[in-house]
Design a binder for this molecule. Structure first.
Ligand SMILES: [Zn+2]
Length: 259
């Protein structure tokens, strides 16, 4: 683990709190009571999704403990870390944020090429397989690892992260970005590993009008993500958090804010 910088001490004595609400479900100027009401509506949506309340609390604690690329969750849960930590899924610049300079730790797959404008960052924690930070364990799922797990060729758009509360053994799978062809791999991975790894939540980009990503039309990708979400929620009772990319999605149990 890299040496902690001066900010660490400050953050340890004063845990990270998001400074503002940049849009999405929590629009700028929203009052704390509105935020709590929205969060509790979201929480109850997830609860109807067969997730026991205790598991729901544990999932929310993981979600609020980390910045996921450029997204954060504003939920009524206590963070599990007293460090300001972000986890990075891939090198596309629209997933890198200026606030990465202020993080105590930036967890990055060790083989990832860091974008030039971030090449001087001193807080990068390169992860080859698994890293432990406080109560959380971060496992990066690279292509080789996914191929070994799924017994087939896989070339995902982004690297996936499995983030586990070690004390409670509850995990969240973070997929920061994906191509149409990744959707099948994701379904296969979850079918095989959701029980073994106790995956209780999946974080996915919610696309709207996005071109590329291997889809012939923007609606194709949007539909494909929606289908997998419905299956996971219906059959496995996994809660789903959306990362607006750029729009919110109706299928989300939790909606992140792009900061
Ligand atoms: Zn991307």
């Amino acid at each position: 683990m890299p040496k902690m910088n001066g900010l660490t001490k400050r953050v340890r004595s004063k845990p990270f709190r998001p400074k503002g609400y940049g849009g999405g479900a929590y629009s700028a100027g929203a009052s704390p009571s509105n935020i709590a009401a929205t969060a509790s509506r979201q929480a109850s949506a997830a609860a109807t999704n067969k997730l026991p309340t205790r598991a729901l609390d544990e999932v929310m604690s993981i979600l609020v403990s980390v910045q996921w690329d450029c997204w954060r969750f504003m939920l009524p849960a206590k963070p599990l870390l007293d460090l300001d930590v972000a986890v990075v899924s891939h090198g596309d610049l629209d997933h890198w944020h200026q606030n990465f300079w202020e993080k105590d730790l930036l967890l990055v797959p060790w083989w990832l090429r860091i974008p030039d404008r971030f090449s001087c960052l001193k807080n990068i924690y390169p992860v080859g397989s698994t890293a432990s930070v406080g109560q959380l364990e971060f496992k990066v799922l690279g292509k080789t690892m996914l191929e070994a797990a799924l017994h087939r060729k896989v070339d995902t758009h982004a690297y996936w992260w499995l983030v586990r509360n070690k004390r409670r053994n509850v995990s969240t799978l973070f997929v920061g970005d994906l191509d149409l062809s990744d959707v099948d791999a994701l379904q296969e991975f979850i079918n095989h590993y959701s029980r073994r790894c106790n995956i209780r939540c999946l974080l996915l980009p919610s696309f709207g009008g996005v071109m590329g990503h291997g889809a012939r039309t923007p609606a194709e990708l949007q539909r494909s993500v929606q289908n997998i979400v419905q299956k996971l929620k219906g059959e496995l009772g996994i809660a789903v958090g959306s990362l607006p990319h750029p729009v919110n999605a109706g299928w989300a149990d939790f909606t992140a804010t792009r900061i």
